[in-house]
Design a protein around this ligand. Structure first.
Ligand code: SF4
Ligand code: SF4
Length: 151
């Protein structure tokens, strides 16, 4: 039987769940801000395949992680979810393709996935091309504007 919040018509359990999600998000934001990180992806996942990982002697992903979200525990790499910003620096530095899998969601809802340094490079290149194109468009919104200056 579902309980309704008085006057709201909404399920009380949904409201409590929503409130705890908000609180968790707020705590995460405070934690990340305390280490100087203000902009980040707040939805995503990181999976590490320990069958192909080269182990503690490699350690490159742990060293590359900007938030210290990765750590070793009993011969495996652990992840502190609240510290992960889904930047994919771990994938970019991993020496084994498809060993680390990072998924993240952009604010426009678009999903991105990385399993190799090449995936990360392709996306970085695409972002810098888009930024360049946006900058040109902001200076010359139309071909006519361009021709007026240089034609
Ligand atoms: S995605 Fe970024 S923050 Fe998350 S574990 Fe990898 S390097 Fe660390
Ligand atoms: S960088 Fe890749 S191979 Fe090296 S420890 Fe991390 S997951 Fe394992």
């Amino acid at each position: 039987m579902s309980k309704k919040a008085e006057g709201s018509g909404e399920n009380i359990y949904d409201l409590l769940l929503e409130a705890s999600k908000k609180e968790k998000k707020q705590k995460r934001a405070e934690l990340l801000e305390s280490i100087g990180i203000k902009e980040y992806f707040d939805e995503g996942s990181v999976k590490i395949d320990m069958k192909t990982c080269k182990g503690l002697e490699c350690n490159l992903c742990v060293e590359a992680c900007p938030t210290n979200a990765l750590y070793w525990k009993a011969g495996e790499i652990g992840l502190v979810e609240d510290l992960c910003v889904y930047c994919a620096a771990c994938v970019f530095n991993c020496i084994v393709d498809n060993c680390i899998h990072v998924k993240r969601k952009r604010s426009n809802g678009k999903m991105e996935e990385f399993t190799t340094p090449r995936d990360v490079l392709i996306l970085l290149h695409k972002i810098s091309s888009e930024k360049r194109s946006d900058r040109i468009k902001s200076i010359f919104p139309t071909v006519k504007d361009y021709l007026e200056r240089y034609g």
